[in-house]
Design a protein around this ligand. Structure first.
Ligand SMILES: Cc1cc2nc3c(=O)[nH]c(=O)nc-3n(C[C@H](O)[C@H](O)[C@H](O)COP(=O)(O)OP(=O)(O)OC[C@H]3O[C@@H](n4cnc5c(N)ncnc54)[C@H](O)[C@@H]3O)c2cc1C
Length: 399
């Protein structure tokens, strides 16, 4: 037993854990905690796999903006890989790899530096020259300098992955309540309102807030803001590209639109469709398609992959990344309120880092040593934006 949480009998009126939010992070926590044989209840104001998770690209990617980001993304990508055989076909998991495309010699230098960091951390990658890149991905425009290939990165279909985690947790005894909104926390209990408007209080050994961009509604001190992104999905063009293609020159190219940014980021899906991203902007909760940002994003993508200009688009949508000032998620105990844990603020990497987040939360709840150093993700840490970018610009440069 750890302080702040009491565990034991299963499926009592007082569960061991209530998880607020059944997006990918809450769903992964539910599965990890059910695997610990804890009595888990999950409540979601909407339904499992909605929220940001439904809007995401599903790129499972090791990122190295900071050592803490590298530690969590590489650990968590490994956990997805270990689950690969269990994931049903509907999760569309594939180890596609990422090709970080360098437009010029300067970006090729950045690729070399990135490879050195990955190598030091045991993440396999290889430098690719211009001729090899043209052979690997012939639809890319001619004249690129080369690339860094990271073969172990993956893709999956996020809402189905979240629902699979929930189904697995339910099979292990967890209870899920959709259309059930948590409206307040109070001393070891969470007050919920079900679809019919009926309210009740659930007292639990631990309450895990995995409510994405809405987490501050329950814990107002959490510094999470919604960061909007657009995505485009095309009709089926199997074989047009093979790996997830992302530009390395993102930082130089991306910030011309007064705080808004776009980057070349194209993902081939198992269906043969192409998912085109990415954009980021601070626009409050206005989810309307922004034609200016969308146009810039598509032009950027087409400048790298000219064949996109001939592809039919099936759908365009927006979603919100739950962003924090320093670009790292908030994972761990909320010391201001005993019995409350936070698992939120994963910005553009929540699909990648959900299993790693769940492993950290589970280790803390059962009193086991953490699988990686949890300190950088402490929800109560002092936070300053990364020094090389404005708060609007920094954080998760790829997804
Ligand atoms: C355009 C775009 C592309 C992205 N691409 C990638 C990518 O390629 N790779 C990657 O790793 N990440 C990506 N992300 C980021 C990823 O989507 C998020 O980090 C992740 O989905 C966050 O998951 P979550 O579970 O924390 O939040 P959510 O998915 O938003 O889930 C939160 C859940 O909590 C529920 N909820 C909220 N408040 C309450 C309440 N009071 N009571 C009960 N339930 C509540 C909501 O209904 C929701 O279901 C992308 C995001 C966007 C927007």
């Amino acid at each position: 037993m750890t302080d702040g949480a009491r565990f034991g009998a299963r499926r009592t009126a007082r569960p061991d854990v209530v998880i607020v939010g059944a997006g990918i992070v809450g769903a992964a926590c539910a599965l990890a905690l059910a695997r610990e044989q804890l009595d888990v209840q999950i409540v979601d104001a909407s339904f499992a796999g909605s929220g940001s998770t439904a809007a995401a690209m599903g790129h499972l990617v090791v990122m190295d903006d900071t050592p803490a980001q590298l530690a969590l993304t590489s650990f968590s990508r490994g956990l997805w890989d270990r689950m690969a055989d269990e994931l049903p076909a509907g999760c569309e998991y594939e180890m596609r790899g990422t090709v970080w495309v360098a437009g010029n010699d300067e970006e090729m230098e950045a690729a070399r530096a990135k490879q050195a960091v990955y190598a030091a951390h045991g993440v396999a990658s290889s430098l690719v020259d211009a001729a090899e890149l043209a052979r690997m991905e012939p639809a890319l425009r001619p004249g690129l300098a080369g690339a860094l290939s990271v073969p172990g990165d993956g893709v999956l279909y996020p809402p189905n992955a979240a629902r699979w985690c929930i189904e697995r947790a339910v099979a292990l005894g967890a209870v899920v309540r959709e259309r059930c909104e948590a409206v307040a926390l109070s001393r070891g209990a969470v007050r919920v309102r079900a679809a019919g408007g009926v309210e009740e209080s659930i007292s639990a050994g631990a309450i895990v807030i995995a409510a994405g961009i809405d987490a501050p509604r329950l814990v107002p001190e959490l510094p999470i803001v919604p960061r909007k992104g657009h995505l485009v999905i095309t009709d089926r063009y199997p074989g047009l590209c093979h790996a997830q293609l992302v530009e390395l020159g993102y930082l130089r190219s991306a910030h011309g639109l007064s705080g808004e940014s776009v980057a070349f980021n194209v993902q081939p899906r198992a269906t043969g469709q192409l998912l085109i991203g990415s954009s980021r902007q601070l626009a409050g909760r206005d989810g309307a398609i922004d034609d200016v940002v969308l146009g810039a994003m598509v032009r950027r993508a087409t400048s790298f992959l000219p064949a996109l200009a001939r592809c039919d688009v099936v759908r365009v949508w927006t979603g919100f990344r739950p962003a924090t000032p320093d670009g790292l998620p908030l994972i761990g105990r909320w010391h201001a309120e005993p019995g409350v844990w936070i698992a939120a603020g994963h910005e553009g990497l929540g699909i990648t880092t959900a299993p790693g987040t769940a492993a950290l939360i589970a280790a803390d709840l059962v009193g086991r040593a953490p699988p990686i150093d949890p300190a950088p993700y402490d929800p109560g840490r002092p936070m300053r934006p990364a020094s090389d970018a404005t708060p609007e610009e920094h954080a998760c440069r790829a997804t």
